[in-house]
Design a protein around this ligand. Sequence first.
Ligand code: NAP
Length: 257
Amino acid sequence: MSAAELFSLRGRRALVTGSGQGIGLTLARGLAVAGAEVVLNDVDPARLAQAVARLNDEGFTATGRAFDVTDAAAIAAGLADFTAASGPGIDILINNAGIHRRAPLESMPLESWQAVIDVNLTSAFLVSRAVVPGMLQRGCGKIINICSLNAEISRPTIANYAASKGGLKMLTRAMAVEWGGRNIQANGISPGYMRTDMTGTLTVDPEFDRYIRARTPAGRWGEPRELIGAAVFLSARASDFMNGQILFVDGGLLSAL
Ligand code: NAP
């Protein structure tokens, strides 16, 4: 098999959750460049329509499905044509949708705890549960869970986020164990600090910006496009014997004291 074939996604259909903007949209475009047909998802229909139009304008095959990834009924309705036994299926699933609700742990509202666990962790279970029966039927599939450095290390005010991403890391391993014998590979990507809307308030905070540059061996924030290589690799035949692993794309941060 040639190097191009190892990394080609031609003939594959990929669903990326939370891909109306940010990392999700960048990864959807990256998979499309590698040949995949992409299905975008977001909770905001207007943002989703704009993202789909952008990719179509760029010459890629993209469609959108607006639904809340925490709502099992909405997921089932949104993906009905991709989960029907005889219809087209999803070959690659990237569980990317995520939120932050920062607060000191001792005064964190239960709603903030629950919302973050629901969107960052439970959603990956729900969307995978909808998509994986088709993968099992077709005898192959790739799942990529977007974890975080905070699956391994934490800092004040993000206990809900760290717990959700640590849970997502273990859900990734559980998926690998449960479905690996049936040719489904589930792996994770843990980005370091990347410039997106989610980190917008942090990138413009001079003190936090200084802290991240000093703390990251690369000496800078990451850009979402720097995650594309890992996502294409984990979506392609090149990673067929890799299962249950988390790739850290973090400028070296996790290795530094
Ligand atoms: P982002 O710019 O906020 O994009 C996330 C997208 O997901 C938004 O469009 C968001 O919509 C959508 N979303 C939120 N809740 C949803 C729901 N219930 N159903 C469907 N879509 C929903 O964030 P990002 O920085 O690209 O982050 C993407 C993923 O990477 C997240 O899982 C995040 O935890 C992870 N990550 C990011 C960084 C970083 O430095 N940026 C680092 C490590 C990990 P709304 O804007 O309406 O909420």
